[in-house]
Design a protein around this ligand. Sequence first.
Ligand SMILES: [Zn+2]
Length: 289
Amino acid sequence: MPQRASAFACNALISLYYVDFVRHFRSTFTMFDRVHPIPAFTDNYIWALIDTDAAEACVVDPGDAAPVLEFLVSEKLSLRCILITHHHPDHTGGLVELSNRFSAPVYGPRNPRIVGITHPLQEGDELELFGASFSVLEVPGHTLDHIAYYSTTPKQPVLYCGDTLFAAGCGRLFEGTPQQMLVSLNKLSSLPPETLVYCTHEYTLANLRFALAAEPANMALQERAEKEQQKRDQGIPTLPSNIGLELATNPFLRCENQELRERVAGQSQLSLDNATSTFAALRQWKDNF
Ligand SMILES: [Zn+2]
């Protein structure tokens, strides 16, 4: 009897170690290996980060639960967590339903107006997701609570930046000042040029039409406009973009450029002697374009 008991204990111990080893292996080596845009409303993308082996996904800014649920069912995935960038309803509308359904934690800004955030975040916070480490960046301007998520752990650095930096544009200033938004955009544009930029709206062609009006002689911009038009003609998203491409073609990141500044000054009838005044006049021009 004692021998059988000790054999049983030994087997149980081995099983425990095995489970622990598998857990450790999974937490160390699982990684999201696919990012998929779930279209919502007229021009939103809800980005799904997918860990294929674990059959799990994390979604960013689920403004609507229905398309997310449809996607998860069709791909046989469960929802591990939700990331939120700011309080606007087209980014938060589906979070309560999704988080209740999957008991999924919700990471987002430290803003009590957003119902359902379980893990409030601020500048400098780090979160582990599918074995990748994400840094939280505060980027006020579009709204005051806006945050972005940046990770260097996947093969290529990635940025989830909501409505702050768009492909060839930036978000409207609903709550922040031009100065705040410019500081936020500078923070994002100083990330490595190869960083993939996952913003939340398919605004690229409209943004490029404005960018061409602001910088008609920019060759990189002309080339980009042609390429992005081809993508849209084929029904392909223009996103993700990358920081290098934005630095070359996004007028809101180019307020130090003399040619652009002169053009904005001519349009606004203002004398623009620094990047902040140029940015403010450029943003106003775009709002009425
Ligand atoms: Zn917004």
